[in-house]
Design a protein around this ligand. Structure first.
Ligand code: NAG
Ligand code: NAG
Length: 349
């Protein structure tokens, strides 16, 4: 057992008596994505490795390590999600061993994250695919995907603050039960590799939509278990954007999606005694996104028995001048200035 789980269980126990938890201090985990190693990966799970942009000044990129230090010190953050392409980690050799050069570079970001004391999510940013084909359903075999995760889990087995984000945003996966089998195979492999207690994020279909989880993917994913039959540390991964088409590509927000997504999800999680992490959400640095995202996050903070936390999309290697959803802080001398949305909603208030 580890501290995080004990705290969580204690909170859940309290919350059962009073369905809406009233913890003034809100969710346990707050943070952002530190994107860049995933750049060049399409929604078809094809990654152009020349476009990967390590968010590390030591590797010629933006200072993701400095960003994380700032977020922890000045904003109360304690979790970062570190997206990376599957192809990058194994240098395009499907089923092969982790590429020592590329893994070494990605690990620099992981170590920079761990050095802040935060929890660090490995996020395989491949949309359930390898070069257009779906894992376990016509594309790579489950064994090839399990091989990737076995190696990652073996490497980080002794780090209690590592979190394993099995897959970013599966979409248009034809058979959800087969997908749940794929996720089960990965969970079994991660635990078997010695990472017995770390959190594992379970991804549903429909771009891991928070709204779709209760009815579409959740019923199949509820069957995923640890080797001991428990579901300790198995957390549902959910995403949500607030723009007009739910895509996270517009700077204006039009909904807080509470009644349509987070409220029904909270009820479903409570009924099934499970929890979720909102590992991507965000919006433009606009008044409308401030209004709606702050409302969404407040709802998470009022339902801490079922919501563990959130990581905003996104800081890291994005160009703050051109990227619509930038959460990249600006560095001036030794101090950092946050974007207006991070200031208003994402940081610890
Ligand atoms: C990969 O990206 C590089 C740099 O943007 C580009 O020049 C190249 O054409 C791309 N390759 C493919 C196969 O798309
Ligand atoms: C969230 O808001 C968007 C924009 O209004 C809407 O299209 C979508 O249906 C909403 N989702 C849910 C689950 O309510």
């Amino acid at each position: 057992m580890f501290t995080f789980l004990l705290t969580t269980l204690a909170v859940a126990g309290r919350a059962l008596a009073a369905p809406v938890a009233e913890r003034a201090d809100g969710v346990q985990f707050i943070g952002t994505n530190i994107a860049g190693f995933d750049f060049g990966c399409s929604i078809q799970g094809a990654c152009n490795l020349t476009q990967a942009t390590p968010p590390l000044s030591s590797l010629g990129g933006p200072d993701g390590a400095g960003q994380m230090q700032h977020f922890v010190k000045d904003d109360g953050m304690n979790m970062f999600r570190l997206p990376v392409g599957w192809q990058y980690l194994i240098n395009n050799k499907l089923g092969g061993t982790l590429d020592s050069g590329n893994l070494g570079r990605y690990d620099q970001l992981v170590q920079a994250c761990l050095a802040t004391g935060a929890y660090c999510i490995v996020d395989i940013h491949n949309y359930a695919r390898w070069n257009g084909q779906i894992i376990g359903q016509g594309g790579p075999t489950n064994d090839q995907f399990v091989n990737l995760w076995t190696q990652i889990a073996t490497k980080y087995a002794s780090q209690s603050k590592m979190v394993f984000g099995v897959m970013n945003e599966p979409h248009d996966v034809p058979d959800i039960n087969k997908w749940a089998d794929t996720v089960q195979a990965v969970v079994t492999a991660i635990r078997g590799a010695g990472a017995k207690n770390q959190m594992i994020l379970l991804p549903g279909n429909d771009w891991t939509s928070a709204a779709a989880m209760p009815t579409k993917s959740g019923p199949a994913l509820l069957k995923v278990k640890n080797p001991d039959g428990s579901t300790d540390g198995l957390i549902f991964d959910v995403h949500k954007y607030l723009d007009s088409d739910n895509s996270g590509t517009h700077t204006e927000c039009v909904t807080d999606n509470i009644s349509g997504a987070f409220q029904p999800l909270a009820t479903w999680l409570r009924t099934n005694k499970r929890q979720a992490l909102n590992s991507e959400t965000g919006g433009g640095n606009t008044a409308s996104c401030q209004k709606y995202l702050c409302a969404q996050i407040q709802f998470l903070n009022q339902n801490t028995d079922v919501f563990l936390g959130y990581t905003g999309w996104s800081a890291g290697a994005f160009n703050p001048q051109t990227y619509e959803l930038s959460e990249v802080p600006a560095k001036n001398g030794n101090s950092w200035t946050d974007t207006s949305l991070v200031k208003a909603c994402i940081k610890k208030q």
